[in-house]
Design a protein around this ligand. Structure first.
Ligand SMILES: Cc1cc2nc3c(=O)[nH]c(=O)nc-3n(C[C@H](O)[C@H](O)[C@H](O)COP(=O)(O)OP(=O)(O)OC[C@H]3O[C@@H](n4cnc5c(N)ncnc54)[C@H](O)[C@@H]3O)c2cc1C
Ligand code: FES
Length: 284
């Protein structure tokens, strides 16, 4: 049975910096020793709204970067889109404020032992965990190409230092305000074919992950997808984040994306279930 990430701890994380970048806020937290065990793909769950807040559920955010500076003085960086009450509250918190954070949570992207040609695909803030992943893959001798897509240019998160960590970066926007006018799925087949990609890593909206998986499947390569199902607890207790996944034994099970994911083998996820339990699911 799956368990919560064994490295997860609850910390009072101090905000060291909070900067607006395009449509997002890049926030750096001092998290002590919690940073040391964080891997690309892991996420954090943050209590929002302060004391006596009616927003009782923690909010999940992918870890953009984690750095362990030794002596328990690690940092975790997040990229936050002000969306509803909780994420807006977080983006309004200034330097020196403390937030209650559980980190690191969930599964991480699998790193190949041999150098491979990897394609990283992000939608909107879904690019957040991909830059740290890219650095690890490059250090292993991999070629790393990246495709980032969003509705418009201010929703592309691609900082300069991140751009340096990839061999090529292709941008797509729905409105054509930057990069190629279209969706990430329009450019993927050409890039996979031309660069002889061995593996895809993706993070973003579920519809994008489904499209990326279908393309990866058509080339016979794996898509490690970090799913973004709504999460109410983030620690495996409430079952709100379950999605249907077909195991190696062919059996469909409802898995908790907060502890069995967020990183999953895209070809095993039943993407078009529309939050229903598919027929034949184990236990249904
Ligand atoms: C693994 C993961 C990584 C993410 N990474 C990022 C990131 O890097 N940056 C970013 O900006 N956003 C990220 N998100 C999205 C982020 O969690 C949401 O934008 C945030 O929770 C919105 O909170 P809110 O209070 O602003 O919005 P609101 O809409 O006011 O509140 C959302 C709340 O409703 C709950 N909720 C909504 N639908 C359901 C449901 N069907 N079942 C149970 N509870 C539900 C949620 O748990 C949450 O507590 C990520 C989400 C996940 C799951
Ligand atoms: S979010 Fe509660 S079990 Fe996954």
């Amino acid at each position: 049975m799956s368990k919560i990430n064994s490295a997860a701890v609850q910390v009072q994380a101090e905000i060291m910096s909070n900067k607006k970048v395009g449509a997002y806020h890049h926030i750096v937290f001092h998290v002590g020793s919690a940073a040391a065990a964080a891997r690309p793909g892991n996420f954090v769950a943050i209590a929002v709204g302060g004391e006596n807040s009616p927003m009782i559920l923690r909010r999940a955010f992918a870890i953009y970067r984690a750095s362990d500076r030794g002596n328990g003085s690690g940092l975790i960086e997040l990229v936050i889109a002000p969306f509803g009450g909780g994420s807006r509250w977080l983006t309004e918190q200034g330097v020196g404020k403390f937030v209650d954070m559980i980190a690191p949570l969930g599964t991480a992207f699998g790193i190949p032992k041999e150098p491979v040609r990897a394609l990283l695909v992000g939608g909107g803030y879904g690019s957040a965990p991909l830059f740290g992943l890219s650095e690890i893959l490059k250090a292993r001798g991999c070629r790393v190409d990246m495709v980032l897509g969003a509705s418009s240019s201010n929703k592309i998160y691609a900082p300069l230092e991140g751009k340096r960590s990839v061999s090529s970066l292709t941008l797509t926007t729905d409105d054509g305000s930057v990069g190629i006018h279209g969706r990430v799925s329009d450019v993927l087949p050409g890039i996979i074919d031309e660069n002889k990609i061995d593996i895809v890593y993706s993070c973003g909206p579920m519809a994008m992950l489904q499209a990326v998986t279908e393309i990866a499947d058509s080339f016979g390569i794996m898509n490690q997808a970090a799913v973004e199902e709504s999460m109410a607890c983030g620690i495996g207790v409430c079952m709100t984040c379950v999605i249907p996944v077909k195991g190696d034994d062919g059996v469909i099970r409802m898995l908790r994306s907060c502890i069995d994911g967020p990183v999953m083998d895209g070809s095993q996820v039943i993407w078009d279930s529309s939050r229903t339990i598919p027929e034949g699911t184990w236990g249904a």
